[in-house]
Design a protein around this ligand. Structure first.
Ligand code: ATP
Length: 294
């Protein structure tokens, strides 16, 4: 095919891809089943939200991402370091160390994870405003560039800072947009995958609420929930992944009256510009998080 003809057939997205080779880059989650659900992994140049009640695995998946991002691009990683911004408890170093045993090819993986505590939503904005120089420096230095930022958790930062009155809610939305604009700008400029962690709130009335993404209602632990921070925050993220857990009673032997309980966990695409409505079951062990073939 000659040059003129191929130029005719070029689509706008092909041109963007040429201008920015990392545009469609994804970071493996470290499991082929989860990667398949996500169309290859967590996208760069984009904000991906993990939303779930406590104990579902948001932190564990994020920690695994800090390691998988270090894998070479040939193995689905980003050959990169990560920055983990955390608000709630001390950085879970021991858990990261346990997970690192599933990544035997990585050398000194804990050294390639930068961490920083966060005290408030305003503090998050200040930190993001200050890291441009760090991101630029790492791009040009001999140490691996930073290509993944995890914020654990954005809901916790906003929970206590704003009251439920019109003035505070307006200020809160303003801060959402300032934070997400900054993150999107950095994601585009430095080819970052950005992962933000959010919590859920119970839906207490009988209405189904309004539809955001693939469904009106999300269920976890037999409760009807929705993502915290409302519609204005939902507009700030590109992809929302909902994690849920469900306790299941299992008879110890056939016909037995004695039951044990088993926790089953699911990850579902709540919305994403590039993914269909889909889900898969996943398992957490000390050493890894992995999806189950359906
Ligand atoms: N070191 C560990 N070894 C094995 N399982 C663990 C370990 N740490 C956590 N888990 C399991 O992973 C589950 C998910 O924990 P995780 O902290 O990732 O959840 P989370 O959704 O981030 O919760 P939270 O919002 O409370 O931080 C826990 O309920 C526990 O069963």
């Amino acid at each position: 095919m000659d040059q003129t003809r191929s130029a005719h057939l070029m689509k706008p997205e092909d041109l963007l891809q040429r201008l920015s080779p990392t545009r469609n880059q994804k970071c493996t989650v470290g499991c082929p089943v989860l990667d398949r659900l996500l169309g290859g992994g967590v996208p760069c140049n984009s904000i991906t939200e993990l939303v779930a009640e406590s104990g579902c695995g948001k932190t564990q998946i994020s920690l695994q991402l800090l390691l998988s991002a270090q894998l070479p691009t040939a193995l689905g990683g980003l050959s990169a370091s990560s920055l983990y911004l955390y608000s709630e408890s001390p950085f879970p170093l021991r858990r990261l160390h346990q997970l690192s045993s599933s990544f035997p090819t990585l050398r000194n993986p804990l050294d390639k994870v930068l961490t920083h505590p966060l005290h408030s939503a305003h503090h998050l904005f200040d930190v993001l405003s200050q890291i441009d120089s760090l991101l630029s420096f790492r791009e040009s230095s001999s140490s691996p560039p930073i290509k993944l930022i995890v914020i654990d958790s954005v809901a916790a930062l906003f929970r206590f800072e704003f009251e439920n009155n019109p003035r505070d809610l307006k200020q809160r939305s303003g801060l959402f947009f300032r934070i997400s604009s900054k993150l999107k700008e950095q994601a585009r400029r430095f080819g970052l995958a950005v992962v933000v962690i959010n919590q859920v709130v119970d839906v207490i009335d009988d209405s189904d609420g309004f539809r955001i993404g693939n469904s009106t209602c999300l269920y976890t632990s037999e409760r009807k929930v929705c993502a915290a921070l409302g519609l204005s925050w939902a507009n700030c993220v590109n992809t929302r992944l909902f994690l849920s857990r469900h306790e299941e009673r299992i008879a110890q032997e056939v016909g037995d009256d004695c039951f044990t309980t088993q926790t089953r966990r699911f990850i579902r695409v709540a919305f994403a510009p590039h993914l269909p409505d889909s889900y898969c079951e996943f398992v957490i062990t000390r050493e890894r998080v992995f999806g189950l073939e359906s």
